[in-house]
Write a protein that binds this ligand. Sequence first.
Ligand SMILES: Nc1ncnc2c1ncn2[C@@H]1O[C@H](COP(=O)(O)OP(=O)(O)O)[C@@H](O)[C@H]1O
Ligand SMILES: O=C(OP(=O)(O)O)[C@H](O)COP(=O)(O)O
Ligand SMILES: [Mg+2]
Length: 406
Amino acid sequence: MAKLSIRDLDLTDKRVLIRVDFNVPLKDGIITDDTRIRETLPTIEYALRHKAKVILCSHLGRPKGKPVASMSLRPLVDHLRTRLDHILGDDENVAFSPDCIGIVASEMALNLESGQPLLLENLRFHAEEEANDPVFAQKLASLCDIYVNDAFGSAHRAHASTEGVTHFVKQSAAGLLMEKELTYLGKALTEPDKPFVAIIGGAKVSDKIQVIDNLLEKADAIIIGGGMAYTFLNAQGQSTGMSLVEPDKIDVAKAALEKAKAKGVRFLLPIDHVLADKFAPNAKTQVFSGAGPFPQDLMALDIGSKSIALFEEEIAEARTIIWNGPMGVFEMPAFARGTNEIAAAVARNHDATTIVGGGDSVAAIQQSGFANRITHISTGGGASLEFLEGKTLPGVAALTENQRFK
Ligand SMILES: Nc1ncnc2c1ncn2[C@@H]1O[C@H](COP(=O)(O)OP(=O)(O)O)[C@@H](O)[C@H]1O
Ligand SMILES: O=C(OP(=O)(O)O)[C@H](O)COP(=O)(O)O
Ligand SMILES: [Mg+2]
């Protein structure tokens, strides 16, 4: 890699700001899947063992620039302490600053002992984080001597903590997880074995629909499920009741459908759906198959059996599979079947290189019990898609060049 690595740096007694992606799924303050935390532990442990003063920063959810209690990172402190038990002494703790900038954060960072960790509160409690505000970025930079980015899952964002901060520190290096993800995804997709099938679902429609245009240049088939599907069905003229739709993106969906046709890329959309009368685990449900309009007051929260069978056929033939975004609201048992069956189908294909990425997709694949049958589990959803479509990730581009590779 042409970028500086944490392994190239002398960390001893330095204040090292590590941007991590601790955007983990939470339910009532409990972490339901801690893959993103576990995956970044090698970097944290490396820094602690090398006697750095480790300052961890992350976002959690989308609080839109204001403190939101349910999106506090505080519940992660105990979890992190447990995960670092083998490296911290009995009386050593993970310190927590209730604001990521300001006097308290500055003093805590300054007073940190070598080999000790400090976690900062959610970066996105400040609107300046997502706006990539230079003053805010400079305040973050003032907490540290060295900056390390290990947040692969957020590397497609040009935010203050992933991009802006690098302009105000002398050295910006990649963490071990960042390196691992880039190496692995880079290798797997230089010349993917064909057929190459991309499965896209989830709820971040406006973010991820743009990626499909570029994936159409590489993939032999694209399978769309989850919340992503209904904007496409609307683009085909089907009204979908209360289902998740992004009206602004219907034109993008139409263009993708036309491009797929012109290029001969198979484009699979769900043909039946589990409809619910509300977004809740105890919703009344019914299966809807047919091309006509959905009942107006119902919403699709999972794909149905016929869609599963259709998708399974394509998955069985694939030799490279990338999957981001669950097929339904898998967090609720009534709507988890589509995601679980597709996970099983991907796991059954022993001839394919399989990559599953995304904070929620990883939680889903863990929940399905098939995680150990996937070739590579990536901590990034949007990030892995943008990397795979060939885009330069701003969080990577901003890191210091390694002079050895020049
Ligand atoms: N039909 C649907 N309607 C609404 N939300 C959905 C639907 N299908 C899936 N989702 C939601 O999508 C979310 C994950 O989306 P996203 O963040 O894009 O994926 P990832 O984190 O894997 O990258 C899940 O919380 C899931 O409940
Ligand atoms: O969870 C994330 O991405 P993902 O849902 O695509 O896996 C990242 O933490 C980025 O979050 P964001 O999409 O709110 O910038
Ligand atoms: Mg997500």
